[in-house]
Design a protein. Structure first.
Length: 188
């Protein structure tokens, strides 16, 4: 059975850190690279962190039906999962690991049902989340304010996920994630 593991969280909650950790722990997991129409940030690389597209390219791919799901996560910034990426990973016999926004995570869980384990990574508090975003140094104060507002709304989706992991201690969150992923992967 083709399985998927979905990690979603408000920006800055630690989902990417957890996914990277799990990819090292479970060789049967393979990361699904999402597509976006925004410019790369920091050290991000095309084809590794995201498939970077122009807004026109992204829209054309939407119109062609190339996405499993897509969402305008922030005004003008779209993200999505390419069907070709899902097919590529499953063709190798791997389990897909998604690091995806909350709305996309809900859509993927609805789409894949029992084939999917959806994990919501929650920050210990909104204040802790704000501090994490500020310490990253990748966003303007206005962008951080937008992300915090979005995070408050996203927290309401937590009950639509199979598992909620509160990331107030990274080592504990890693252990919790390893346990739930291990159980899911070993369940036929």
């Amino acid at each position: 059975m083709n399985k998927v593991v979905i990690f979603s969280a408000p920006s800055g909650s630690g989902k990417t850190t957890l996914v990277r950790h799990l990819l090292r722990q479970f060789p049967q997991l393979e990361f699904s690279v999402s597509a976006t129409n925004r410019a790369p940030r920091g050290e991000e690389k095309d084809g590794q962190d995201y498939f970077f597209m122009t807004p026109e390219e992204f829209k054309a791919r939407v119109d062609k039906g190339d996405f499993v799901e897509w969402e305008e996560v922030y005004l003008g910034h779209c993200y999505g999962t390419l069907k070709s990426e899902v097919e590529r990973i499953w063709a190798k016999g791997q389990v897909i690991a998604f690091d995806i926004d909350v709305c996309g995570g809900v859509k993927l869980k609805q789409l894949y049902g029992e084939k999917a384990l959806s994990v919501f990574v929650a920050p210990p508090s909104i204040e802790a989340l704000k501090q994490r975003l500020q310490s990253r140094g990748t966003d303007t104060p206005e962008a951080i304010k937008r992300r915090i507002g979005k995070a408050e709304a996203e927290l309401a989706y937590a009950d639509q996920f199979d598992v909620v992991i509160v990331n107030d201690n990274l080592e504990q969150a890693k252990a919790d994630a390893e346990l739930v992923i291990g159980n899911f992967l070993n369940d036929n």
